[in-house]
Design a protein around this ligand. Sequence first.
Ligand code: SF4
Length: 314
Amino acid sequence: MLPASVNVSGADSPAGASSNRSALSAGPPLRHKPPDCSALGSPRIFPGTRYVFCVLAQRARGLLIGVDLCPGKVCSFRCVYCQADRSHPEAENRVELEVMAAELRRVLDLAFEDRLVTLGDFAHVPAEWLQLKQVALAGDGEPTFCSNFSETVQAVVHVRAQGTYPFFKIMLVTNGSGLHLPEVERGLAKLNSRDEVWIKLDAGTQACMQRINRTRVKYQRILDNIAQLATHRPVVIQSLFPRVHGQEPPPDEIAAYIRQLLRLKSQGAQIAQVQVFSTHKPSKINGCSHLTLRSLSLIARRVREETGLTVDVF
Ligand code: SF4
């Protein structure tokens, strides 16, 4: 959790981003607002870049450098709690590899040379929170729908393989709906065993998934994708439980969700961790608000006791 004394209030403001552009000036158009998919947490900073952003992430317990794989803001879900800004989608949902790799090197330089504090928004953040934990493939949409997903993963792996920096883990943050795509399978094959895949699973039934994630994707497709991947490599399950129109998740929905986790386990899925959390920002339009820590803790305890999995509340 972020120390209470940390002043990050302007971290995701356009002004905060633009004030840092001179430190990392890049030729291509710059983003005005960082990706805000709830999977990573906030606050986050775009240090004058187009694809690469920084997040102080509770769930990673430190600094994440993010790579936005969703310039076109494409997603197969429309989650009730989604905070993504889709107001300025790029025409093509693909990453310009040379631009991204150059930005990534510049931000890695800042991180490993302890110079992130020179960015205004990080000036008061304790040094231990600026230790790089991972490089996250994420964005304001679903990263697996990036049309050059495999090449982008390869480019990030290449930056790491050059040996300029201490080893860093790469993690993919996904809603799971595109994991079966051949382009994605090719990209995932480039990751090593220490890299991580974090997959969203907010529901235990098709009906609940339609209510929370508002998607036409079949629930079974998500389960099959998780099972397929997790029999080959451990995955982290990210489960966001919102309060919707004042209602907590019904106990029978939690029971169904637990049954699905047990089913995945019985199929041989390696689930390294289940992350239980709630939405950060209430959405009046969708009647969506934060679930109390007490309710989240009760859900987590039930999941832990009934599945034997490692479950953490954030
Ligand atoms: S999966 Fe898509 S709709 Fe859901 S929170 Fe992430 S970006 Fe938003």
